[in-house]
Design a protein around this ligand. Sequence first.
Ligand code: ZN
Ligand code: ZN
Ligand code: ZN
Ligand code: ZN
Length: 265
Amino acid sequence: MGVQQEEEGCGAVKRRKVAAAAADVTMDLDILDCPVCFHPLRPPIFQCTVGHTICSSCHDKLPDKCHFCSLPTVYNRCHMVEHVIESIKVSCSNANHGCTARITYYQKEEHEKGCPHAPCFCPETSCDFSGPPVMLVDHFSSKHKWQSAKVTYNKAFRMRIQVGSTVLVGEDGLLFLVNMMLDSLGGVISVCCVQPHNTGSKFRCRLTLSCAEPSCSQTMEFLTKSTNLYDGLPKVCFPFLVPKFLLRGDGTSATAMVGVMLTPQ
Ligand SMILES: [Zn+2]
Ligand SMILES: [Zn+2]
Ligand SMILES: [Zn+2]
Ligand SMILES: [Zn+2]
């Protein structure tokens, strides 16, 4: 009889779990934030004798007075709220870009800082396209007709750079934008690495320009700036100048033959 009761008990618990998993719950996410610093609550969580809950860093700053009732208090760990906080999973903000992660609410920000599905943006001012880098390559070629080329790292190659943007796709799928603008002295070339987080991979870029007549050459090496292009092409980049007499063609159809090498750091 005792065993049977236990089995029934277990079944009831299981049924409740299934019901809870399927339940459609709505919740005001603000209540998951510390009422003092407004950061998401994460264990350990403390509550005053009345029941006001605060995060551990606020607790450490005010260990014996409640922020809310301003009364002297003895804080205790609030395990129930900790369980609730741990059990609430939310979607990543990049769900619409393909991220399927379900994240504990207080870990959402950390996840999104490194989420591989975070979007990059089209740098054209009149275009509001955003998407993961792989979609960006298609967008650049289909919408803006930018040329693209595959590159092997640590290997120098020569390319004809046009006015505007040229896309380089690294062997690991990383994107680089080579941009040439014209100014009174010639073509100004800059290179940036397009990735969702500027904490991502770092690359050193070497650009070389050489000419037989008159005999001259110049080489420049720099760390490429990483950007998700949210603010367009980076304003501060190492510019590489191609003098006017080394450009082929005029105006927006001008091109420059430049040696390029990308080296992962
Ligand atoms: Zn706090
Ligand atoms: Zn209180
Ligand atoms: Zn994500
Ligand atoms: Zn675009």
